[in-house]
Ligand binder design. Structure first.
Ligand SMILES: Cc1cc2nc3c(=O)[nH]c(=O)nc-3n(C[C@H](O)[C@H](O)[C@H](O)COP(=O)(O)OP(=O)(O)OC[C@H]3O[C@@H](n4cnc5c(N)ncnc54)[C@H](O)[C@@H]3O)c2cc1C
Length: 489
């Protein structure tokens, strides 16, 4: 079976890797990976500058979802896996130009500890009263999908949306809480509302169950080696940068089957198979793994099924910008403890979030250097993409000095290195109604045998989900190729 993979981001690479594995194991599969850009990896791109790892795109993946760490171990990167430095984990929200720490006990946006919530400067007394009364919220059957903002507002009020839900989600999705689907982005909260009414009570109950399960599991598990489990942070990265995974995957593929700088320009479904045109040449394949962003998939598949094309093109995307600044630590004052801060839209700033990179992951920045990474743009501020690098760096330096204070980062202090990366329409937004849209898409795809859709637009925005979907699609096709070529005697 000949499979075309369209898009060489992490989803497409994971699919190609799985097909290569199947081929090495004797399955009758061949693949061709078409990537529009001259490099593979899509949004994943890192560089080492002055000995510091600078991530242009994602800096890590969430450890709770196993697919990414599993793949890293499988391809020999187990020793490079580096947990986030959770001992120093502290995140702030900017409120009227001042940093306010997120209160202790916050789980999935839900405050679960009375005293830290009562004492925090993040919320006004009215919001705190509302948070206490939330415990009386009656159960509500989950009906139509709604926005994350609507769900959070109903329980905790607008200030909780403004200072909590919106900055946290724009830090993850580059998105807008008033647009994102509660049912897709926060399904656990929707379930809790229908079961418990109060999200706080639901979260506490879930926490108790999880603790009981963990206690039972650790009781049942036999200690290995010295009895200590390997350290695991909330986030995991690779010591040499996320690019390591891209490079190792690429090295595993058959070089002749990887076509960079080769955008697929047309797709046709004929009786002979899938006709793919790229670089003026048309080839026929038995199957297609579409691993490009949904908007690109929509254009290509729209020629075969206009309804499917429209559904895919209808998935919104946001753009973002990252700015990495490398400083000599001696030139800075004392940065606040922790990983960094989030900026609510109501602060009217260009920055959405800022990470103190040298604190979040140890061992990726040389001693004496500090790396500050700003995240800008997002669904509400796409126009920043047209600014020059110099303007963006200047904006970040000004905002850092206004938020952290001149004594901490003076505007006069020049970073040793500044790196700007623009990510146009890179982050899919799971808008209200996403699941219904996915049902319609799945039904249309089922009518096109040999087609699989993978990537961040469908069932999880993060790297582990993209890897899971890519590998799963390839495995299904590889298995079906065996079934076709090995008829049961
Ligand atoms: C700034 C930023 C920070 C992020 N931070 C994190 C994080 O910390 N943790 C995390 O888990 N996730 C993070 N994400 C999300 C995550 O990186 C992405 O969701 C994931 O990498 C997407 O992978 P993908 O393969 O689906 O798509 P992409 O990486 O977008 O790859 C798609 C590829 O398809 C190619 N393509 C498009 N059209 C065609 C065509 N016609 N023919 C051939 N090729 C085509 C593109 O050139 C591209 O290389 C971040 C994303 C961004 C942008």
């Amino acid at each position: 079976m000949r499979t075309a993979i369209i898009g060489g981001g992490i989803a497409g690479l994971a699919a190609a890797y799985e097909l290569e594995k199947a081929r090495a194991a004797g399955a009758p599969v061949e693949y061709t990976l078409f990537e529009a850009r001259e490099r593979l990896g899509g949004s994943i791109a890192s560089e080492i500058v002055h000995g510091a790892v600078l991530e242009r795109g994602p800096d890590s993946f969430i450890s709770e979802k196993p697919a990414a760490a599993m793949l890293c171990r499988e391809v020999g990167l187990g020793d490079a896996l580096t947990p986030s430095n959770d001992a120093d984990r502290k995140t702030y929200i900017v409120v009227r130009n001042r940093l306010v720490p997120l209160p202790d006990g916050l789980m999935f946006l839900i405050p679960t500890k009375l005293i830290p919530t009562a004492l925090t400067r993040l919320f006004s007394p009215m919001t705190k009263i509302r948070m206490a009364l939330e415990l009386l919220h009656p159960p509500r059957p989950s009906g139509h999908d709604e926005s994350v903002a609507a769900l959070v507002e109903r329980h905790f009020g607008t200030e909780a949306v403004d200072r909590l839900a919106d900055p946290l989600l724009s830090g993850i999705y580059g998105g807008d809480a008033s647009q994102l689907s509660a049912r897709t982005v926060l399904p656990k909260l929707v379930e809790m509302e229908s079961e418990h009414g109060s999200l706080t009570r639901g979260m506490l109950a879930a926490h108790r169950t999880m603790r009981a399960k963990m206690a039972a599991a650790s009781h049942a598990a036999k200690p290995q080696g010295n009895g200590k489990a390997a350290p695991r942070g909330i986030f995991t990265t690779l010591r040499g940068g996320m690019q390591q995974l891209v490079d190792v995957l690429e090295a595993r593929l058959e070089p002749a089957w990887v076509r960079r700088s080769m955008p697929v320009s047309a797709l046709e479904k004929t009786e002979e198979g899938w006709k793919i045109t790229a670089g003026g040449v048309t080839e026929i394949f038995d199957a297609v793994i579409m691993a490009s962003p949904a908007w690109a998939a929509g254009v290509l598949l729209g020629a075969i099924d206009p309804v499917l094309g429209e559904e895919l093109s209808g998935i919104p995307y946001s753009s973002s910008i990252t700015v990495n600044l490398v400083y000599d630590e001696k030139q800075l004052g004392q940065l606040p403890e922790g990983f960094g801060f989030l900026v609510p839209a109501s602060e009217g700033r260009s920055m959405l979030a800022c990470t103190f990179v040298h604190r979040k992951f140890l061992g990726r920045t040389p001693p004496g250097k500090a790396v500050v990474r700003a995240f800008l743009g997002g669904a509400r501020n796409e126009s920043l993409l047209t600014e020059t690098d110099a303007t963006l760096v200047e904006t970040v330096r000004r905002e850092l000095s206004e938020i952290l204070g001149q004594k901490t980062i003076s505007r006069e202090v020049e970073p040793e290195h500044a790196q700007v990366s623009r990510w146009r329409r890179a982050m899919a937004q799971y808008a209200v109604g996403h699941q219904e849209r996915m049902q319609r898409i799945t039904a249309r795809v089922a009518a096109l045998p040999g087609l699989r859709l993978v990537g961040n637009a469908y069932d999880g925005i993060g790297i582990p989900d993209c890897i899971r979907l890519g590998r799963q699609a390839a495995l299904e096709l590889a298995q079906s190729s065996k079934a076709v070529s090995l008829p049961v005697s």
